[in-house]
Design a protein around this ligand. Structure first.
Ligand code: FEO
Length: 394
């Protein structure tokens, strides 16, 4: 077994990398792939922590055998039942018929619902432990990070936290598993995108989980996606803490729709005025072009937000509306907000965008800028005022 897969003396990585799936959850793009991480904790007894997506079952089983030879698995701990981690459970059970499946009450209900498994299970509750002989696993329930049954498993002797989706990132692993052995630059933006796309709705449960874990001495975080964190533990916890408090960094996202370029001109003038005031970064997204996944990443990352839309069917342009729906679903908080809209014969978008900011309880940078038909010079003054108000609040 490669040394790369050695997390420490008694813990091994047996996860896999997916570079063939285009869309995670059939929804979110995976330009750099994704890993499904699973781990073996090897005491006198052996526990497998989570499984992998079903297309990769054979690779998981082969890695287990390569690691422990013909020793059987004693336990399969299920931290999370979403099928990207659970859909190899039946195959693991077939390969290791005596393995006991460990989960909390909600896990076991889902185990039966998804896979018809109701025997050979061991229910654990908050704070329960499982002794492997030499290694002890303790369980912490962390509901809604990212599903109701989610829990984390802490290996007491090794001080490792198996965190499930928390602290995960998109991006397959390119050989190395530990953060200290790889170039991390591709993963930071992917962590924001992963959080915003997948976990973003659950800020409050993430905060509760962080508080629950705050007393643990953690030497490594082993998530279900992305690198194992040893060197960057505090940075990673800091990112999740900030994101789950919806605390954006200084910067402005301008997200707009435009049918014929007039609303786009307004967006461009807004960007120029912001840049002239020294604001950076200013990130622009044409919502007919940028993937929603990346727009959400940037909205979660930065505190300033400007949204623009033409009036379409007496409402908001559909790609802009899709963004509003995604932001409302995630209950994004604490944004400094400006908006602009355009129309040809009857204005609707500007007012609706303003109402949206009020409904989200965002800090308004002023009245919406409204454009009738083409862009005119006078609008540049209105852009400048909105930009000035935004910058003053950031
Ligand atoms: Fe990676 Fe919520 O599953």
């Amino acid at each position: 077994m490669s040394e790369n897969f050695k997390i420490n003396r008694f813990v091994r990585y047996v996860g896999v990398n997916d570079r063939k799936t285009h869309l995670f959850e059939n929804l979110w793009p995976l330009p750099q792939g994704v890993s499904y991480n699973a781990y073996l904790v090897i005491g006198e007894k052996i526990a497998l922590i989570d499984t992998v997506e079903a297309c990769f079952t054979a690779e998981l089983l082969e890695k287990i055998v390569r690691t422990v030879g013909n020793r059987p698995l004693d336990y399969l701990v299920i931290n999370h039942m979403e099928p990207d981690h659970s859909s190899s459970i039946n195959a693991v059970r077939q390969a290791y018929p005596d393995v006991q499946i460990v989960g909390n009450a909600k896990t076991l209900q889902m185990l039966e619902g998804y896979y018809g498994i109701h025997k050979g299970t061991l229910e654990v509750k908050e704070g329960d432990s499982l002794c492997l002989g030499g290694e002890t696993l303790r369980f912490y329930l962390t509901p809604m990070v990212h599903w109701p049954e989610t829990m984390m498993t802490y290996c007491e002797q090794e001080k490792l936290l198996f965190s499930g989706d928390a602290f995960g990132t998109f991006g397959a692993l390119n050989g190395a598993v530990l953060d200290q052995d790889m170039d991390l630059s591709p993963y930071w933006d992917e962590m924001y995108r992963y959080y915003a796309n997948i976990v973003g709705k659950y800020g409050s449960p993430v905060q509760k989980a962080l508080q629950k874990l705050s007393g643990l001495n953690i030497q490594a975080i082993c998530p279900t996606h992305g690198p194992v964190w040893k060197k960057e533990i505090s940075r990673v916890i800091g990112i999740y803490d900030k994101l789950s408090r919806y605390e954006g960094e200084k910067g402005v996202v301008i997200a707009y729709g435009s049918m014929y370029g007039n609303t786009a001109q307004t967006a461009m003038h807004m960007a120029e005025e912001l840049a002239a005031l020294g604001m950076e970064p200013v990130v622009m997204h044409n919502l007919s072009v940028s993937p929603l996944s990346e727009v959400l990443r940037d909205v979660f990352k930065y505190r300033g937000l400007v949204i623009g839309s033409p009036t379409y069917n007496a409402g908001i342009f559909p790609p802009v509306e899709a963004l509003l729906n995604a932001l409302a679903a995630r209950n994004v908080k604490n944004r400094v907000y400006g908006c602009f809209g355009s129309f040809t014969w009857a204005g609707a978008a500007a007012g609706k965008l303003q109402d949206f900011g009020v409904a989200m309880n965002w800090d308004s940078a002023g009245e919406p800028l409204e454009l009738k038909q083409g862009y005119t010079k006078e609008k540049t003054e209105a852009c400048a005022l909105l930009a000035k108000n935004l910058v003053a609040k950031l």
